[in-house]
Structures are given as structure tokens and as C-alpha cells.
Design a protein around this ligand. Structure first.
Ligand code: GLC
Length: 433
């Protein structure tokens, strides 16, 4: 019942309701059982607290004022990376090494991905304020060292065959990318709500592929001199809207079309040369889903700098489902295994083959202020991802109490945190060792 309605809601909301199948699958096939994970977590947290005392005092060159600012923003007892110097190098390191440097990720959602208008006003068309350097600084100081910037290019592109991107839109995106790079963060440029035209089926794929290539050629050209802190993610939840198995891994045809788009994204970015020859490029599954059928269908392009981007709002009943069930309000660990299952599947499918995975979207909605439950859930989630070496990017769309998907943790208008206990738990677990 719950699963059936979760699927329906998923289809309506556009969430990659990947958890629909993972929830029912209790088979834990890797050596690490869920019980051992929990045990490890307890040991780790106490040793982490012991070392943190030292690391805060050790904050080095920072003035005492800076240290105070840092400790008041970051959760108590945790030394976060905070704002560091910009690094424009393109190092000769493997994708696994690069991804291992990322601690905690945050999405600048419902901003450049908004489809409300063309022109620069699109940025604020879904109700979020214009992005400022102060906002990015606050996110970074809290401990998020990585940021995903979802961007919809659709209304900002001209006609075929050139599909010229509006240079003012690209300039503004570049400005915000630089806000984060200037803080020493890792930045993912993602091409987001293109699903109205980027339809992965045989009837559309030739035209779609031409536009997709034109899009990524232009974006890649603009950023080809940037260092390895900048990552490109070719697609977001690519799927046929309302189509067969939209949130259940798609059809064979759909998966083949997504593989074609993944490959052409890699081809055109590499062809622009410069640092793009070695830039980390993220490919994805049908609908960016983490269910087995979807991830098993991903053909990894043959290339030395590839990672996989997946979305997992797991378990969906807890993170998202607005119906009446116990999962709405509490997190008592009963469902930890569903999270472990997703991580194990990602490990076997990608990590074991040396292909890093980034969970570029996860999060849990605010449901009647169930903050304590979300705090427990996010600790359980990040722990299991961290043990596999998977960085996670919280989906923050700026919506907390208003109508809509209430995923926000950061109050961008006031530079404060909603559900600060959740954010602190998230950061603390991300920095545990
Ligand atoms: C996907 C959608 C976005 C939605 C989010 C959470 O990223 O593109 O619109 O808010 O998932 O459901």
C-alpha cells in the first residue's frame, strides 16, 4: 500500500522515488551488516569528540575572532573545513581520490533550475532571493565544502541548430560558481529541468542529442580553464515524464537513450580540451534512480575521469510521503537497513569498479516539525554513505514552512539555519572519521 502510493506521489512530484523498491528489500548482501555499522558509529562518535577539542584549538593561522565565528556556526566540537583558499589547479588525481576529498554537499535548489521565466529574473522566479556571496559563505562556514548548482538552460537557449545560450545567463551562473570556488569549495554544475525537451525515447532522441551536445559544448567552453574543484553533471533525473516505469528504472529503450546522452555529454566536454580533458564528469541512471534496475542499466563511458550521480530519498515514506503513516514522524532505526541496502548496491555496481558515486540529492521534508526524527535519520544516512566513501548533497529548495516540498535547511534571507539540529547532526557525521 505505502509503496504503491509512494510511487504515485513520486510521479507527481518529480522526486526520484528510488526508495520504493529498496524499502521492501531486506537482503543485506555485503559483509558489513547493519548492526555492525551502528556499533561502529557509536565508537567513532566518541573518538571523534575526543579529537575535536584539539583540532579546534589547532585552528592555526586563524585569529581568535575567526575561530569564534567558526565555532559558533559549525556544530560544537567539530572542526569543519570552512572557507579555504581557492585552488584552480587541475591535479593529476583519480576520480576516487577527488571525491574522497568532499565532505558535505548542499544544493542551491529552486534557483537557477527555476523555469518561471527567461532572462535573469528566472533565478528568483520560484521565490528564493538572489544568490549572494554571503549566502555561500554561510553555507561553507557551516561545514558544507561542496555545492551543487542545478541549472535549467531550456528557456535560455536559442533556436536550432546552434541553441545559443544567453550569455547574460551564463555570466550570472559563472559569477555564482565563483562565489563558491573562491571559498575553496567543490562545485557541481548540473543541467536540471530539461525534461520538457530532453525526452529519452527513440522518437525524440536524435533531436534531443543534438541540443544536449550543443548545450554542453557551450557550457564546457566557458569553464574549460577551471581547475578540478569544478565538476560537471550532465543530466538530472532523465526520464519520459508520465512514461512507463518513470520512477522504477524506466524501459530498456529509455535506459539506452540515457546511456547515449551520458556518452555524448562526455564526448563533447572532452572535445573542448583544456582542463576539460581531465575534469570529473558525472553520468547518471534513468531518472537518477538508485533502484537496482536503473543502476544496473548504466553503461559507464570508457574514460579516466567518470563518476556517477544518483538520487536517494530513502526511505521515501519517511523523507517525502505526505500520507498518514508512522513513518511520517519517527525514526527508531527499524528502517536503517533500507539505507544500507542502497549503499551496498551502489558499492557493488560502481565503487567496486573504482567508479565513485555522489548522492547529488537526498534530504527529508519538514513534516510537522519532526526535527528530532530527521536528525536521527540524517545521522543514520550519512554514516552509511560515509563508510562507503559517498558524499551526499542535501536537496535545499528554500521551502520550509510554505506550501510545497519542505526540504529547506538554510534560511537564505536571514542567513540562518532552519532545523539547526539536523544540520549539525549532518555535519558532525560527515566529518567523523
Ligand atoms: C528533483 C526535481 C526537483 C525536486 C527534487 C525533490 O531534483 O528536479 O524539482 O524538487 O527532485 O523532489
Amino acid at each position: 500500500m505505502a509503496i504503491a502510493s509512494a510511487l504515485i506521489i513520486g510521479a507527481v512530484t518529480g522526486c526520484g522515488s528510488t526508495n520504493a523498491n529498496s524499502g521492501s528489500n531486506t537482503e543485506n548482501t555485503t559483509a558489513e551488516s547493519d548492526a555492525s555499522v551502528v556499533e561502529k558509529s557509536t565508537t567513532e562518535s566518541s573518538s571523534m569528540e575526543a579529537t575535536n577539542e584539539v583540532s579546534i584549538e589547532d585552528a592555526g593561522a586563524a585569529s581568535s575572532e575567526e575561530v569564534a565565528a567558526k565555532t559558533s556556526s559549525a556544530p560544537e566540537g567539530v572542526t569543519v573545513k570552512g572557507i579555504t583558499e581557492r585552488n584552480d589547479e587541475m591535479r593529476d588525481i583519480s576520480p576516487m581520490e577527488l571525491v574522497a576529498e568532499m565532505k558535505a554537499g548542499w544544493n542551491l535548489g529552486n534557483t537557477f533550475d527555476a523555469t518561471g521565466s527567461d532572462g535573469l529574473s528566472a533565478e528568483t522566479s520560484w521565490g528564493n532571493p538572489k544568490t549572494t556571496k554571503e549566502m555561500i559563505d554561510a553555507v561553507c562556514e557551516k561545514g558544507f565544502d561542496s555545492i551543487r548548482i542545478p541549472i535549467t538552460w531550456d528557456k535560455h537557449m536559442g533556436e536550432a541548430p546552434d541553441y545559443t545560450i544567453d550569455s547574460a545567463w551564463l555570466d550570472r551562473v559563472e559569477e555564482v560558481v565563483n562565489f563558491a570556488l573562491d571559498d575553496g569549495m567543490y562545485v557541481i554544475i548540473n543541467s536540471h529541468h530539461e525534461e520538457e525537451w530532453r525526452i529519452p525515447d527513440n522518437a525524440h532522441i536524435d533531436d534531443v542529442d543534438a541540443q544536449h551536445r550543443a548545450l554542453w559544448t557551450q557550457v564546457a567552453e566557458r569553464f574549460k580553464d577551471y581547475g578540478d574543484h569544478l565538476v560537471f553533471e550532465g543530466l538530472n533525473e532523465p526520464r519520459v515524464k508520465g512514461g512507463e516505469k518513470e520512477w522504477e528504472g524506466g524501459t530498456e529503450e529509455g535506459r539506452a537513450c540515457v546511456n547515449r546522452l551520458n556518452q555524448s555529454f562526455v564526448d563533447v566536454v572532452r572535445a573542448t580540451g583544456g582542463n576539460n580533458e581531465k575534469r570529473l564528469l558525472l553520468v547518471t541512471s534513468f531518472a537518477s534512480s538508485c533502484i537496482k534496475e536503473a543502476i544496473d542499466g548504466v553503461e559507464i563511458p570508457s574514460d579516466d575521469h567518470i563518476g556517477v550521480s544518483i538520487h536517494a530519498y530513502t526511505p521515501y515514506a519517511f523523507t517525502y510521503h505526505p500520507g498518514e503513516s508512522w513513518e511520517l514522524f519517527i525514526w527508531d532505526g527499524t528502517h536503517n537497513n533500507e539505507i544500507a541496502q542502497v549503499m551496498n548496491d551502489l558499492q557493488k555496481t560502481f565503487l567496486d569498479k573504482n567508479v565513485p558515486v555522489l548522492l547529488t540529492e537526498y534530504g527529508a521534508m519538514n513534516k510537522d516539525e519532526n526535527t528530532v526524527a530527521v536528525e536521527k535519520w540524517v545521522t543514520a544516512y550519512i554514516l552509511r554513505a560515509r563508510l562507503k566513501g559517498i558524499p551526499c548533497f542535501w536537496w535545499d529548495n528554500g521551502i520550509y514552512n510554505q506550501q510545497g516540498e519542505k526540504f529547506a535547511i538554510f534560511d537564505r534571507k536571514n542567513l540562518k539555519w532552519y532545523r539547526e539540529e539536523v544540520v549539525d547532526a549532518l555535519i558532525k557525521e560527515s566529518y567523523a572519521e
